[in-house]
Design a protein around this ligand. Sequence first.
Ligand code: NAD
Length: 485
Amino acid sequence: MSSNSLFDRNKTVFAGGCWRDGSGQDLLKVFNPSTGEVVAKVPSGGPSDVDDAAAAAANAFGSWKSVPSVTRAGYLRAFARGLADRQEALVDVQMTVNGKPRLEAEIDVGDAIATFDYYAGLADGLDERQDAPVIHAGGEHLGRVRHEALGPVGMIVPWNFPLVTSAWKIAPALAAGCTAVMKTSEFTPLIELVYGDIAAEIGLPAGVLNIVTGGADVGIAITEAPEFRKVSFTGSNMVGAKVMQAVAKRCLPIALELGGKSPIIVTEDADLETALDCVMGGIYFNAGQMCSATSRLIVHDDLEAKLLEGLVERSRATKVASPFEEGTEMGPITTRAQFDKIREYLDQACSQGLDCLTGGKAQADCAGNFIEPTIYRNVPHEHHIWREEVFGPVLATTTFRSDEEALRIANDTRYGLVGSVVCSDPDRGKALCDGIAAGQIWLNTPQIVYPESAWGGFKASGIGRELGPWGLSGFQGVKHVTAPC
Ligand code: NAD
């Protein structure tokens, strides 16, 4: 049994400032994907917990939106400190439950801390930025503009970066003056409960932040709760469409952070080491379980052989093992269902004769969900490995001869979340970055996301932006007041 108290939960609903038993019928089993063992069984919340939490959020809204924004900033900084104080326990949970290598688990905690600190900074000056004057033509009237909190909001998050996706919603919402009810993923229900621990510890007013564990029934209850003024969802396109339909019945604002099938373009003049780092990081970080995975490599004909040789060599040398083993670079797939889905893709690719340069299968003789780093060369552009989000360490490659062709291939997708470009010529690099239809592009750098960045997709990758000032304004309504001079 672990000595980490974050695993020992019998109360997994935080509503109205109190921990309580979940009303759900099921126990949520939490697995260690490196071994297949169950590491915790936690009671699930149910739809009635959402009702109570939404009522608590609605009750708390009036006073929370009215406290000085510097006071809200103080609470956000206290969240950041609370996370920092629990750093080691949080890293341990993510290594155990998500299978993240230590460095990646540490990056997630650092990201969540930075997000709370960043939005504390934006909240600091929020009141001062209110009532900005607007001069109207004719000189008879003067306007003033306010950015006001939308109200109580419902939030639904997935399992692949649980601490981070939740921070990206909670921090800006609370900074804006909104109150929130967040549903955690049924597969990783433990980690976000830490936000309830911290809320209780720092004396966050009751009802400002509420957390409910559970599955689709709890998610549906979030989309249906009449108290919410917005629903913010991160997850798959399939569920995102259901959330959109449910919320559309009440014509509410919605934010959707969905999937991707993102391109990485490597030109013939690219620095080889940089290209290798960017391609490897873009597909093997978090074992490829990233909405932002650059799973389609589009490399210039003249560099293909050299780049693929380096990628195969590095992929074969990547240590895939439990994060608790020394030197592990890539961990397991977090859920068995996702592991099975990836294996299906690999089996089909094999039977359809795709050119597999390395990997292409699960690790043999092992109870964990380990998939070998996999590269398919010269994948037809209509193949599902090229078009669909595999959500695993599976890279598909193709080649190009002209930049127009590279961009045409890059943009031939229903998604538009991110893109990467590796290119030594600055003008050409800029033109390629500007030509990709996606919300975040990296040039000659592995994926790094700053709190000041914008995060969100073009096309079917979503609606709205998280992070940066856009993350804050996503929880605000603009009010214009017109009065005689
Ligand atoms: P998922 O869509 O299966 O589940 C997401 C959440 O929705 C979970 O909490 C789930 O319980 C809940 N849910 C399920 N059915 C629901 C319903 N009918 N109504 C309301 N909620 C419901 O996604 P997942 O498998 O947990 O996560 C992987 C997906 O998330 C990938 O597609 C990935 O690209 C995407 N993702 C996107 C971003 C981004 O920022 N764009 C970030 C992380 C993950």
